[in-house]
Design a protein around this ligand. Structure first.
Ligand code: ACO
Length: 321
């Protein structure tokens, strides 16, 4: 009984210390004590984020050999490599919470971990590469700028670097769209078609409406989220509508209109059935994305084995010094 009381007191002190830090706005660091729920919430979110970066390389990788110029190919290659790097920072940030990269990848392959809805759509034309950079990375930036102030130190620091790179990605996408919109009627049509297909899935990237978002309560309490799904979605819409207008693209939403009183654009209803279908594994490319990731992961087993053998060799050398 006494032991139980002591354990309760230790738990309470830990929670108090944690909450005081959160309330002061201090970062929580890997060695700090933290409630189990906070740790689990972060592992879920950061691993989902890491998987998204890595799976997101697939639709774009498909276009490296078909980029229309050497310049476009170099830029696309650099961007895709950045995405791989983002995945690595994020896996490392999650590892500081006590989960290994192997475990996270196993969860992805077993269908237990999610990745962003958006990467389950195909990149059909070169304009899709523009739309991905401009809209998908544009949406990611809005979300990630907010996450620079998230409460977990390693996650927030990863976001600072990621945001700098994402802003280059967003511009490369917008440049592709602007170039196509100043081209031939066929090119303009191709750009508009890409806009039509990527607009709504990009809005879904911010997650369900706040009233339907089960994790938002804890995320706000623990300052993991600094802005809600709907707030960030609105911010993205407001800035993107103006960018579309400048290059002559039409937003595929007949209900989109400026709301003077609210100071932002109102938009039409989002197809949440489609969202849940896609994140539930039944989007246009889910099976293809997972099959590719699983195959490439198993083809890379020899690299991991070689790295492990090298680590053991170095460890032995240090022991014998
Ligand atoms: N794609 C796939 N699943 C999603 C998405 C999405 N766009 N949005 C929400 N979900 C899932 C959540 O993971 C959660 O499922 P789970 O309980 O099985 O984990 C469920 O829908 C309910 O959503 P929320 O309660 O709103 O969940 P959460 O608070 O985690 O918010 C959000 C969703 C906005 C995606 C948040 O997790 C976040 O900010 N994540 C980091 C950003 C990120 O992952 N970006 C990836 C794309 S950017 C890029 O790679 C270029």
């Amino acid at each position: 009984m006494e032991l139980l009381q002591k354990t309760d007191n230790i738990q309470e002190d830990m929670l108090k210390g944690f909450e005081e830090k959160i309330n002061r706005g201090d970062a929580i660091e890997p060695k700090d004590r933290m409630p189990d729920g906070y740790r689990k919430h972060l592992i879920r979110q950061i691993s989902q984020h890491a998987h998204s970066e890595v799976i997101g390389m697939q639709p774009e990788g498909n276009w490296i050999t078909r980029a229309p110029s050497l310049r476009a190919k170099q830029i696309l290659l650099a961007k895709i490599q950045d995405e791989g790097g983002h995945g690595l920072y994020l896996y490392s940030a999650a590892e500081t919470l006590g989960v290994s990269r192997d475990e996270m990848i196993n969860q992805l392959h077993a269908g237990k971990a999610k990745y962003s809805n958006i990467f389950n759509y195909p990149a059909l034309t070169w304009a899709d590469i523009g739309a991905i950079g401009w809209l998908v990375d544009g949406a990611a930036i809005v979300n990630q700028v907010s996450l620079q102030r998230t409460s977990y130190g390693p996650y927030s620091r990863a976001m600072v670097r990621i945001c700098k790179e994402e802003s280059f990605h967003q511009r490369q996408g917008y440049e592709i769209m602007a170039k196509m919109m100043s081209g031939t009627p066929d090119q303009r049509e191709m750009a508009q078609d890409a806009m039509n297909r990527w607009w709504w899935p990009s809005l879904m990237m911010f997650g369900p409406h706040d009233s339907e978002s089960p994790h938002t309560g804890d995320a706000f309490r623990w300052k993991i989220k600094r802005h809600s799904n709907d707030e960030l979605r609105q911010k993205f819409i407001d800035k993107t509508v103006q960018q579309a207008e400048v290059i002559g693209l039409t937003i595929p939403d007949k209900d989109l209109k400026w709301n003077q009183a609210a100071g932002h654009y109102d938009h039409g209803p989002i197809n949440w059935d489609e969202f849940y279908r896609v994140i539930g594994g039944n989007g246009p490319c889910n099976k293809q994305r997972m099959a590719h990731h699983t195959a490439v992961h198993s083809e890379g087993a020899w690299v991991r084995a070689a790295a492990e053998a090298y680590r053991l060799k170095k460890e032995k050398q240090i022991l014998h010094q």
